[in-house]
Design a protein around this ligand. Structure first.
Ligand SMILES: [Zn+2]
Length: 234
């Protein structure tokens, strides 16, 4: 039995599959993988610096220029992977994503935890009022009070939202199958979530690059190609 056939059988049996996704899912929607060398961080200044709490605080214009031109793709649409995972999440599945592009919500996924937040969830740091993306993409100053607007995403140097972390841990504890998709799984604490899964839960991964974690059954392939096959048989 191939690993793919095993995965399909496991998905058929699972009551509470948990999907853990990353940038490799959204590259198929035209959003560059920010961790690849040809991705959006191919600049001179490191992504850690540009997307840091410190840069937002000290150089809000630099922060804004980077996120506006390199991270926002308001026209991007969910692809087959987002849609298939959304379908499986309508039948007991749960998704925890590292992606901040909002595409899983756009795909109608009813059970998604956006672990690192959402670029389209914006607020003014001075008055706390929510701001819509069109307004932010026009100007990062809040009209009402000239406060600096920011997306509610986790920046380098900032902790994960504690409520979101709690929900993610609870979700992992209920998992009877884990499927990692489109991530090399090197970002902490996201990658640590595996420690919260029951020992009985099988762990599969679909990714072009291998993942160096013990006990993972690896399908080293393009995520879109694999999900096409999943959509045909499941
Ligand atoms: Zn304001």
């Amino acid at each position: 039995m191939s690993t793919f056939d095993e995965l399909v059988a496991a998905l058929e049996r699972a009551q509470h599959p948990v999907f853990l996704t990353g940038a490799g899912v959204s590259t198929h929607s035209g959003i560059p993988d920010y961790r690849s060398k040809t991705g959006i961080y191919a600049d001179q200044i490191s992504p850690e610096e540009l997307l840091s709490h410190e840069n937002l605080r000290q150089h809000p214009a630099s922060f804004y220029q980077f996120v506006k031109t390199r991270m926002y793709y308001p026209q991007a649409q969910p692809n087959l992977i987002h849609r298939e995972i959304a379908r499986l999440c309508q039948n007991g599945g749960r998704l925890i994503t590292q992606n901040v592009d909002g595409l899983d919500l756009k795909a109608g996924n009813p059970h998604v935890i956006e672990f690192h937040g959402d670029l389209y969830d914006l607020y003014c740091q001075t008055c706390g009022q929510p701001v819509d993306a069109a307004t932010y993409l026009h100007d990062f100053h809040h009209q009402a009070d000239q406060g600096i607007i920011r997306p509610r995403i986790v920046l380098y140097g900032e902790p994960i939202d504690s409520e979101r972390l709690r929900q993610a841990v609870m979700t992992m504890q209920l998992a009877d199958l884990i499927l990692i998709v489109g991530t090399s799984f090197r970002v902490y604490p996201f990658a640590q979530l595996l420690q919260d899964a029951p020992a009985s839960a099988a762990i599969y991964a679909i990714n072009r690059e291998p993942i160096w974690e013990p006990g993972i059954k690896m399908i080293q392939d393009d995520a879109l190609a694999v999900f096409k096959k999943i959509s045909e048989v499941l």
